[in-house]
Design a protein around this ligand. Sequence first.
Ligand SMILES: [Zn+2]
Length: 573
Amino acid sequence: MAMARPDRSLAFIALIFATTVAMGCLAPSGGIAPDTIWLNGTIVTMEGDQTAQAVAVLDDNIVAVGTDAEVGPLAGSQTRVVDLQGRTMTPGFYAAHDHFPGSGRVAVTQVDLNSPPIGAIENMDELVAALGDRARDLPEGQWISGRGYDDTLLAEQRHPTRADLDRASTTHPIYISHTSGHLGVANSLALELAGITRNTPNPEGGVVRKDPDTGEPDGVFEESGGMVSRLVPPPTPDQTMESYRVAVQDYVEDGVTTAVIAGGGRGTLAGLQRARDAGILTFRIITMMSRGSPGQPTAAETGGIISGFGDTHLKVGAIKIIQDGSNQGYTGYFTEPYHTPFKGDPDYRGYPRRSRDDLVTMVKELHEAGYQIAIHANGDAAIDDVLYAFREAQREFPRRDARHRIEHCQMVRRDQLDAIAELNLSPSFFVGHVYYWGDRHRDIFMGPDRAAGISALRSSIDRGIRFTVHDDTPVTPVNPLQLVWVGVNRLTKSNQVLGPDERITPLEALRTVTIDAAWQNFEEGIKGSIAPGKLADFVVLSDNPLTVDPTEIRDITVLETIVGGKTVYERPM
Ligand SMILES: [Zn+2]
């Protein structure tokens, strides 16, 4: 990894180490003065449970942390001194698994089909109307794409079909994706353009749903929407830049200073690089690269780059593999059947994306080559596959501290957590599910017992597992403080506690979006806490998540977001 450190702050930090006093602060001395000093704050450092009053920054690095009396005298004549007036400052937040700039892309190029509390669509007529409105604005023949519908939140309690979408338009091809991203629906024109007919077989690891009476495709795709969505024209360069601009604002408004993109293709790095050159990427990005099937090179491999390549602003992360689907889409892969049988089949357990053998082949090859690997697995059967593959890879090519990840890891069993601890794996839990879908996991998909164990944060901490939590934006809106709130309270949308034994403390929850997220990305030496030598990424909050009433953590507002010592967002007064 190439990591540029400005010379001035390096010299300054060296000075600190020579004269260190309590909490990593330094005694006043001559030479270079800090660019900025924040004083009179409640600074939650995330170095253990320490708080400080003041922090000094030179270039984009922290050079001193301590009391006002310790740090204040470091100011030189050119130093900007900011009075925090007692407000709380924490390290900047990680968005540990997102699909940046997905939220911007939805806003700029797609029809938002989410239901409350995220969006406004409550029934099929409203969904059709939203798509129909877009059709009226577009010339015939142009594609319409939408995202975020949720069959279990629509009044009709079912997926839209081609017939529903044909009501919106028969002269525009339409493709919409489910909130999970694992299912999608096409209208008749889109099916025709994609050549999907009654004779189209199911692809490996996916289903092209057919009408049981007529045998014709009903428009719904499970884990195979790419058969149609590949035809949707990519956004124009202008639309892409606008998507980045809109998405960056979404993230910095919520205090995110590093977003991890959970998968990318050939153009991902190039697009990010262009956005960076245009000055749009005011925060930091780590992007995973996707791998679809065994033997297929990743975008990273075709460019000859590996996990860790890049700098502190834009870096390549893990290689992303998907092993199953979405539990609320009935494509998560389980050892026990779903609570409510799928299409009346009491034995239905979902399915994996590929065989265990194929997964092992992929994981071994990447592991040996030195990549960090992140595998999406929601159901416990998929997690069994993942654990088997990582164990085989480590057995054949022992590698210390690989920090391989399991993405979402929602229905992990307790015995699997033992294996995760033993193999030193790091889950990223989609804990927002407890709030958004928890009631339906309990009542529909998983049943009360299994649902109580979703996102097993306490059980993980008890085993010494380090993990992160995420919003999977644009699946749910980016909101790290809400994730902390869910981890602490585990309240569902109907205000019931789901799995009280898995609640964690506010400090533990804050670790999952700061220091532990830095660790998960091999960045604990430069990010995740407020300590001398680390990057000056901070948020200023309206209240302290560690001392406020725990049920009010998500009501805390981000007042200011600071990346590398520079303010990138300030809440309008
Ligand atoms: Zn994701």
